[in-house]
Ligand binder design. Sequence first.
Ligand code: HEM
Length: 421
Amino acid sequence: MTESRSHITRREALVGAAALGAGFGADRLLGSADHVATPSSASTPDSPAVPFYGSHQSGIATPAQEYLYFAAFDVATDARAELIGALQRWTTAAASLSAGGPYLGDQQELGQPPAEPGEAVGLGPSRLTLTFGFGPSLFEADGRDRFALSRRRPDELRALPPLQGESLEASLSGGDLCVQACADNPQVAFHAVHLLARVASGVFVPRWSQLGFGRTSSTSRGQPTPRNLMGFKDGTENIRAEEASAMSDYVWVQDGDGPSWMTGGSYLVARRIKILFDVWDATTLEGQQRVVGRHKLSGAPLGGTAEYDALDLDTERNGELVIPSDAHVRLASPQVNAGQRILRRGYSYSEGVEAGSGEIDAGLFFIAFQRSPMRQFIPIQRRLAASDALNRHTLHTSSSVFACPPGVRPGEFLGQALFSS
Ligand code: HEM
């Protein structure tokens, strides 16, 4: 069965929204089709807009913003048309949100619940990007192929295999769909997910979410390297958007890699990694540097003097490797991983204090984009799980993988090619 754009018109989608309890003036909420196609005047030099439409989804090659709100959703219906309708509403809303809308001004009606929750009014686009992904369970779950999609599932899209040393919480893992909202203002990111949840209310049900602050990577040459919560510069050896051939080789799914609906997309792996601060904070500076394999202050590799010096994995001093055999950067580097690289785009997180132990529950919400989890994240993480010195200081508590389809062209909806014959 083929559902083309002409099959489900925008009007039908909006009628659907109303019927699903989103009957709060979806037309005004989402703006007119013309409005969403045009960048909003809300974009200012202080709060610029990142284009929503394009050959790749934004939020992957986009220079990493400062804040994250990540949410996973499950689909509450078995009806394929309802799934498509909700994706169409998400597309319209995402285009509008990215441009700095929706803006309702004084169009709110006193007699109705406000269509626009309002918490981002006046904040501008703040470089908001919305990156959407499909989880393995959308294609098949518990032996059920609810949406006739199982034969379209890429081989790459499988729940990650169990990995040594992890202690996963199912309630923080997986999901039929995900939204990665990134912005330079945390309230803009929150608002976007809040609004998307409302727009798809009754069809997409929030499953888990994660707030992130402080990017832990640079994804563009223009960005300085930030520090993670362990105090180390993070993202030095990351793929940068300007490296066009690395983006094709390691990030964007290429023609022939699998089903054509994923060409131009990328696979997102998310892992919540708790930092065991009681152990880490009691480790000497030298010990911390040997765990990572870099100098804490400058970010230079051990044995080097400047941040961007190349890793020297062979030099020994007093019969010992200068970058220890179990140092994180050694075991994660392409030199020992068959040349493979990933694009890291994670954020720090903090979830307050753990009841009982009084320990701070904080760490890294690791996000990586790649062309092939089977060739990239999984083998790298297997190597790290086996002997990374960082394992004494961290615990992986959640795991998810999503297939992020290519970008949306005007007139299409998100992931449309997945639903075409
Ligand atoms: C809490 C967990 C983690 C922390 C604190 C952490 C921290 C760091 C730091 C400080 C660096 C050196 C600077 C840089 O090049 O970015 C680094 C490099 C790297 N990390 Fe992690 N990391 C963590 C987990 C992971 C995981 C789970 C993976 C992937 C499976 C990973 C993959 C990499 C890679 C590929 C590099 C670059 C290695 C190179 O080519 O030199 N990291 N990490």
